[in-house]
Design a protein around this ligand. Sequence first.
Ligand code: TMP
Length: 235
Amino acid sequence: MKKLEQIYEGKAKKVFATDNPDYVIVSYKDDATAFNGQKRGTIVGKGVVNNKVSNHFFKLLESKGIPPHYVKQLSDRETVVKKVSIVPVEVIVRNKAAGSFSKRMGVPEGSMLLCPVLEFSYKNDELCDPFFNSYYIRALGLATDEEIEKIEEYSFRVNDILSEYLKGFGVELIDFKLEFGRFHGDIILADEISPDTGRFWDIETGKKLDKDRFRRDLGNVEEAYREIIRRLMGE
Ligand code: TMP
């Protein structure tokens, strides 16, 4: 497959066209942003970790019947994925209170939740990704009822599969964000699942092994990303 011109550059990835109209190549960067791009920095080696960890998760999920955009890893930072049209909805699943949930609800971080929580926000940087619900999604024509149902079903299944899987490596999945896309009419899992987009805590100590170390200036940011890839993939 031939890598052609760059068609998009986001905060954490670049996307290139290929000679196959169904496929694009994503290239993961070390650039880190938080708070809708207000905080910027570099996490050395992050792109490699996120590329490999995302692909690792996507392969696991695919083996359990959840279709991802993942096609083939090309190198440490580059992967061929299906060219989807992104549904502009960020889906967050939470197992314990943290981050914006704790802030919004006045519940301390790490508090147990009686059941997993699924929430949506509108993927729109200009509006700072506002919190919304499925009525907004339907009313704005962003997805059909059937698509919303599929997205919810896949999101909870991803939660079950990854929570169980990570537990085996001494990692607790606190919460994570997913994005979905349309590919030839079907909803498939897109974007990435990585320490940038999920909260991973050490089960024993509660140590944060994710992007919160960057967001909150906790130090040892690179080490946390390396720790995740070491535990999951032995690298
Ligand atoms: P939050 O608690 O800040 O709402 O974040 C919930 C989860 O979603 C957390 O694992 C980080 C992830 N996330 C993203 O991937 N992108 C974002 O823009 C935000 C705000 C959160």
